[in-house]
Design a protein around this ligand. Structure first.
Ligand code: SF4
Length: 77
C-alpha cells in the first residue's frame, strides 16, 4: 500500500493496484479505446457503481481522486 499523505499525489495505476475494487485480467477481446493495459493485463474496476456502466472499458485515470477508493491491506500477486 502506498503511504502518501496526499491521496491526490498517488499515480492512478498505484491507486488501482492498492484498491480493493481494482482488478486485472489477461483475457480481453474488445478493440482498445480508453482501456489500460499494464503488464499484458487489462485493468478494470469492480465497484458496483462503476462496473455495470463501463465494464471492461475502464480508463485507469478514473482512479485519480476517486471517492470510492478502498485500500486493502494485503498485496495480490
Ligand atoms: S475507480 Fe475507484 S473504486 Fe475503482 S479501482 Fe479505481 S480507485 Fe478503486
Amino acid at each position: 500500500m502506498a503511504a502518501v499523505s496526499d491521496p491526490a499525489a498517488i499515480e492512478p495505476e498505484i491507486r488501482h493496484r492498492d484498491c480493493w475494487y481494482g482488478r486485472r485480467t489477461p483475457h480481453w477481446r474488445e478493440p482498445l479505446t480508453v482501456q489500460t493495459i499494464e503488464d499484458g493485463r487489462l485493468l478494470y474496476c469492480t465497484h458496483p457503481m462503476m462496473f455495470p456502466i463501463v465494464g471492461y472499458a475502464f480508463d485507469v485515470r478514473n482512479c485519480a481522486g476517486c471517492d470510492a477508493f478502498k485500500p486493502h491491506h494485503s498485496r495480490r500477486p
